[in-house]
Write a protein that binds this ligand. Structure first.
Ligand code: UGA
Length: 433
C-alpha cells in the first residue's frame, strides 16, 4: 500500500516506519526541514529503542522516505495519515491549528480521491470538521477515518508492532476495508466504530490509565500512614482480572506529553457539553500534589532545605526516553530551588532536553550518577532507569555526604537496604531503615 504520513513526531514517525517495515511504501512529511534532513541522513530526532535500525533498514530497501514537500507527497498515497501535534491551549483545550492547517493543505493539493486516516489525538467532532474542510476546498472525494494511536514512548516500536487493539472509526466502507487490510498483519483485534466513538476511545483510555495511577498513588499515601505496603496491595489487587496488574505502580505521578494534556482536554470536552468531569478533575489534582511528596519527605529528614545540596537522578518523565515534557522532575527541582537548595542532576539521556527547560545557576547538570550523588545531603530518584537500579544502596551511601535517599519510584528492596544506614523513604512502603 502507498502511505503518506503528515507529521514526524512520536506517533507519525513510529507509525510510518513500522508500516514501511510491513512492506508498504511510506513517505513521511514534516514542515521542519532540519528534522527531515536529519531523517534523510538516517539520524533520529528522538530517542526510541529500535527506531534507528528500522529507519535505516527500510530507507535502504527503498520503502521509506522523508520530505518537506506535502503537496507532492500526498499525490503518491492511497492513505494519508494525519499525525500532527494537538498541544494544549492555555485553558487545557486541544489546539487544532496544526491538524486543520494540514488538512487544508492536503485538500488544496490532492488530485484524486483519498482516504484520510487521523492518528492525532483530537476532540470528539474534529474528524467531522476535517471532512467538511475537504468538502469545501476540494472536488475530490475523501473518506475520513479516526484511527487513534495507543503506543507508549520508550516502547513505541514494540507497541506499534504488537497492538492490543486497533480502533477504526469511519462511515466509509471503502476506508474500512483498506484500513483493515493495512492493520491485519499486526492484529486480528480490530474494532470498527463510528467516528465520534473512536475519538472518545482515545481520551477515555488515557483518562482511565491516569485514574489508575492517581488511585494507586492515593492508596500509597494512605499505606504510608497505616503501615501497609502499596507494592503488595497493588499485587494483591492486580491478580483480580477485573482490575489487572498494569498501571498500578505508585510513584511521583504521571508526566509526559499525553496524560497531562489529554486529561485536561477531556475535562474541557465535557465542560463544552455542560458536564463537570469531577472524577477526572480529582485525578489531575492528585497527580499534581503527588510530586510534592518528594519535597515533604526531604523536609521531614533535613528540616530546612535552604543551603542543602540535593542530588536528583532522572529527568525524563519515564525511562527509555529523552522526553521531558511535563516531567515531574521539573516541578520538583523548581520547588527545591524555591526552598533555597542547590541541585546536582543526572539523567542517562534526557539532560540536554531538560537543560533547555531549566538553565539555572543553582542546578549543576552532571555527567554520571556518581558525580551527582557525591557529597550531596540527600538523593532523590525520580526516574526508574535501569542504570540506577544497578547501583547498590551501599554504594549510594558511600557517595552521599549524609545518608538520605528519597526513592520516588520504589526502586530498592528491603534486602538491599538491610546492610546500610540510609534513611530511606519510598512511596507507600513502610520506612525500611
Ligand atoms: C501513554 C499511554 O500509555 C499510551 O497508550 C498512549 O498512546 C500515549 O500515552 C499517548 O497518548 O500518546 P506514554 O505517555 O508514552 O503513553 O507513557 P506511559 O508508559 O503511559 O507513562 C505515562 C506516565 O505514567 C509516566 O510518567 C509513568 O512514569 C507514569 N506511570 C505509569 C506511573 O506512575 N505508574 C504506572 O503504573 C504507570
Amino acid at each position: 500500500m502507498k502511505l503518506t504520513v503528515i507529521g514526524t513526531g512520536y506517533v507519525g514517525l513510529v507509525s510510518g516506519v513500522c508500516f514501511s517495515d510491513l512492506g508498504n511504501e511510506v513517505v513521511c512529511v514534516d514542515k521542519l526541514s532540519e528534522k527531515i534532513e536529519l531523517l534523510q541522513q538516517g539520524e533520529v530526532p528522538i530517542y526510541e529503542p529500535g527506531l534507528k535500525e528500522l529507519i535505516q533498514k527500510n530507507t535502504e530497501a527503498g520503502r521509506l522516505s522523508f520530505t518537506t514537500d506535502l503537496s507532492e507527497a500526498v499525490q503518491h498515497a492511497d492513505i494519508i495519515i494525519l499525525a500532527v501535534g494537538t498541544p494544549s491551549l492555555a485553558n487545557g483545550e486541544a489546539d487544532l491549528t496544526y491538524i486543520l492547517g494540514a488538512a487544508q493543505e492536503i485538500a488544496l493539493s490532492i488530485k484524486g480521491p483519498k482516504i484520510i486516516m487521523t492518528k492525532s489525538t483530537v476532540p470528539v467532532g474534529t474528524n467531522e470538521k476535517i471532512e467538511n474542510q475537504f468538502k469545501q476546498l476540494s472536488v475530490h472525494p475523501v473518506a475520513v477515518a479516526s484511527v487513534p494511536e495507543f503506543l507508549r514512548e520508550g516502547s513505541a516500536v514494540r507497541d506499534t508492532m504488537n497492538p492490543d487493539r486497533i480502533v477504526v472509526g469511519t462511515e466509509s466502507e471503502a476506508a474500512r476495508q483498506r484500513i483493515e487490510e493495512l492493520h491485519r498483519p499486526l492484529t486480528d483485534q480490530i474494532l470498527f466504530t463510528d467516528v465520534r466513538s473512536a475519538e472518545m476511545i482515545k481520551y477515555a483510555s488515557n483518562a482511565f490509565l491516569a485514574t489508575k495511577i492517581s488511585f494507586i498513588n492515593e492508596i500509597a499515601n494512605i499505606c504510608e500512614k497505616v503501615g501497609a505496603d502499596v507494592t503488595m496491595v497493588a499485587e494483591g489487587m492486580g491478580y483480580d482480572k477485573r482490575i489487572g496488574s498494569s498501571f498500578l505502580k505508585a510513584g511521583i505521578g504521571y508526566g509526559g506529553s499525553c496524560f497531562p494534556k489529554d486529561t485536561q482536554a477531556l475535562i474541557q470536552i465535557a465542560g463544552h457539553v455542560d458536564y463537570e468531569f469531577k472524577l477526572l478533575k480529582s485525578v489531575v489534582e492528585v497527580n499534581r500534589d503527588q510530586r510534592y511528596n518528594v519535597i515533604r519527605k526531604l523536609e521531614t529528614i533535613l528540616d530546612d532545605l535552604s543551603g542543602k545540596s540535593i542530588a536528583v537522578w532522572g529527568l525524563a518523565f519515564k525511562p527509555e526516553t529523552d522526553d521531558v515534557r511535563d516531567s515531574p522532575a521539573f516541578e520538583i527541582i523548581a520547588s527545591l530551588l524555591h526552598c533555597g537548595a542547590s541541585v546536582k542532576a543526572y539523567d542517562p539521556i534526557a539532560t540536554p532536553n531538560f537543560r533547555k527547560l531549566l538553565d539555572h545557576s543553582k542546578v549543576e547538570y552532571c555527567s554520571s550518577a556518581q558525580e551527582a550523588a557525591q557529597n550531596a545531603d540527600a538523593l532523590c530518584v525520580l526516574t526508574e532507569w535501569s542504570e540506577f537500579r544497578a547501583v547498590s544502596p551501599a554504594m549510594i551511601q558511600a557517595w552521599l555526604r549524609r545518608p538520605n535517599l528519597i526513592d520516588g519510584r520504589n526502586m530498592y528492596s528491603e534486602e538491599e537496604l538491610a546492610n546500610t544506614e540510609l534513611i530511606y523513604y519510598s512511596v507507600g512502603r513502610p520506612n525500611m531503615n
